[in-house]
Design a protein around this ligand. Structure first.
Ligand code: ATP
Length: 567
């Protein structure tokens, strides 16, 4: 398929905001795509070239893209920067500048999807000496073959910002519409498959070649993460006991969720966002190799950072290990870990999703050899006594953990949140997880660094980020503790994400998520969310969370209403 055909679909998607229409456009595209291009097309339509869990990043900052555009269009960097300031979208900039150049270039190669796809994937593979130059050359060469509109979408795809408004739910419905019946059973089958294979391309191909029965038969593939089960908020212990009687209560550990896959000697570790962190945790890999008694399995547990006496460390300390790409052995020494297992979904070749909680716990007990303080089962009690649960809750808080999970004994393993079965109980202080979407340059002691940060919550209807406050407190000028983050460090993390600058105002691509504490939520006409956090304070960098996990405007409204009620 010609890349040009995909470009026409992108344009159609941009023009049509209705979900139904978008689904139809994508379903039509899928129908006319050949089997060997289907997986690529399904990824490209989402603006990606790898399923998210592969963990490959194209690693192109805005500044590098500006250089690549200058090179491919033959303009000065300054000109590209000026256009970017005016237009605010490098896709539109490259389109305009390629258009201008058109007359002077005689032949353009016809780009096809496979070639574009391969080149974009290549960006993620380039490593070692001269990486930046090689990437720059690859992009500018690709762009120099592209027609103006093609260049626009290539640039947006590389920057991870396609802007054609295709949420995952639309792709799911489009797969059903293209290859199955347009009914609930089909959508559920696609949903099930996507939870087990979070790879839309592969699921589309199975739907096409094997239909609904093929999707229903999909089984967990070792090495490939599945979507995780999450909890809802419990109002109180009393309410849960009233509704469910006897329940299994477990410590809610304050750490990183790990989904561990084992196949013989091979171990994979995924986070709750399905990021592969195997390389960052060689100590956990070793513990698993030595102490998992079955050959093949998929287990889940919470990894907690501990000190020399096995006392838990705050999550922010462990979080330094999650994204770490270098000095890994040093980190293993400095921040030892403990894992607390709470679930198992595959035991040898038996899939356990439909077994109830207690049955799964039995399999878990059989699957691992416990090593005190290091490799253990999550603490659990089974009871219908409110007092016992209150005592257990206190015990968890005293042990510096987050609270309790109250789990319904009969519950099966179901994907996602709001599914019932697991209820979490934590002290009520609600922090918010927000994206940094802007900043201002600091003055005085903070000169040269970003000095305050604009916080953004998510509008799920449009996928956009809305401003809801400005934060300067909690970020440090000097590092006095391991968990501190300084203005300098935060500036360095945010710099590659700068979209535009205007006087001292900086617009930042939403990518970095932080947990924020605040005194109160107020209504405010100054921010486009309509709300402002009063006295927001930085608590931690949430490297374990992505922009999909950012709190929504609905959540802020809800907290605002709760706050009004309690006054
Ligand atoms: P928040 O979004 O409020 O910060 P969170 O990140 O802890 O909460 P939740 O949905 O509240 O997410 O809780 C689910 C997470 O709790 C799981 O992903 C897992 O990492 C962690 N967890 C800790 N202990 C347990 C346990 N015993 N059973 C299940 N999950 C647990």
């Amino acid at each position: 398929m010609k890349y040009q055909e995909l470009v026409e679909v992108y344009q159609d998607l941009e023009k049509n905001s209705s979900k139904i229409k978008k689904t139809e456009i994508i379903a039509n595209l899928m129908k006319k795509t050949s089997d060997d291009e289907l997986q690529k097309v399904v990824l490209l339509i989402q603006g990606i070239v790898f399923p998210k869990f592969y963990g490959y990043e194209l690693g192109i900052a805005i500044q590098m893209m500006i250089k690549a555009i200058a090179k491919s269009t033959g303009h000065e960097i300054k000109r590209v920067e000026d256009e970017f300031k005016k237009l605010g979208d490098l896709g539109v900039v490259v389109e305009k500048l390629t258009e201008e150049k058109k007359q002077s270039v005689l032949v353009k190669k016809e780009l096809d999807i496979s070639a574009v796809f391969k080149n974009l994937q290549e960006l993620a593979y380039i490593e070692g000496v001269g990486t930046q130059d090689k990437k720059l050359n690859l992009i500018s060469e690709l762009l120099s073959f592209a027609k103006p509109k093609e260049a626009k979408y290539i640039v947006r795809t590389i920057l991870g910002d396609l802007r054609v408004g295709v949420a995952e739910g639309i792709i799911r419905d489009a797969i059903a519409k293209a290859f199955l019946e347009d009914d609930k059973e089909s959508k559920d089958a696609v949903d099930y498959a996507l939870n087990i294979y979070p790879d839309f391309g592969e699921v589309a191909l199975i739907a096409k070649s094997k239909g609904i029965e093929g999707l229903k038969k999909i089984k967990i593939k070792i090495g490939q993460p599945i979507q995780v089960m999450l909890g809802e908020k419990a109002e109180s212990i009393e309410e849960i006991i009233k509704n469910f009687g006897k329940i299994a209560a477990e410590f809610k550990y304050d750490g990183m969720r790990a989904q561990i896959h084992k196949d013989g000697d091979k171990i994979w570790i995924y986070t709750r966002r399905l990021e592969n962190v195997t390389k960052q945790f060689p100590d956990l890999v070793k513990l698993c190799k030595d102490n998992i008694k079955v050959k093949r399995c998929v287990l889940e547990g919470e990894v907690v950072g501990v000190d020399k006496n096995y006392q838990p460390l705050p999550f922010q300390i462990l979080s330094q290990r999650i994204q770490r790409k270098y000095d890994i052995e040093k980190m293993v020494e400095e921040i030892p870990i403990q894992i607390n297992f709470f679930d198992i979904v595959l035991y040898e070749d038996e899939q356990l999703l439909d077994k109830n909680l207690l049955e799964r716990r039995k399999y878990l007990e059989k699957a691992i050899k416990q090593i005190p303080n290091r490799f253990v089962l999550a603490k659990q009690i089974i009871t219908d006594k409110v007092n016992e649960l209150k005592k257990f809750y206190k015990e968890s808080l005293n042990a510096k953990q987050e609270g309790l999970f109250l789990k319904v004994i009969e519950s099966k393993y179901v994907f996602g949140r709001k599914v019932g079965g697991w209820y979490k109980l934590k002290p009520t202080m609600e922090t918010l997880d927000l994206a940094i979407i802007g900043a201002t340059w600091g003055t005085g002691k903070r000169a040269g660094w970003m000095g305050s940060f604009i916080l953004g919550c998510k509008d799920e209807k449009t996928g956009k980020f809305l401003e809801c406050g400005m934060l300067g407190t909690g970020v440090k000028e000097k590092k006095t503790a391991e968990t501190d983050i300084t203005f300098k460090e935060l500036t360095e993390i945010l710099k590659p994400l700068i979209i535009s600058e205007d006087a001292s105002q900086i617009k930042i691509k939403p990518k970095v998520v932080i947990s924020v504490d605040y005194q109160e939520i107020q209504k405010s006409p100054n921010y486009d969310s309509g709300f402002a956090l009063r006295f927001p304070r930085f608590i931690s960098l949430r490297e374990d969370k992505g922009i999909d996990d950012v709190d929504t405007i609905e959540r802020i409204k809800y907290l605002y209403n709760m706050q009004k009620k309690s006054k």
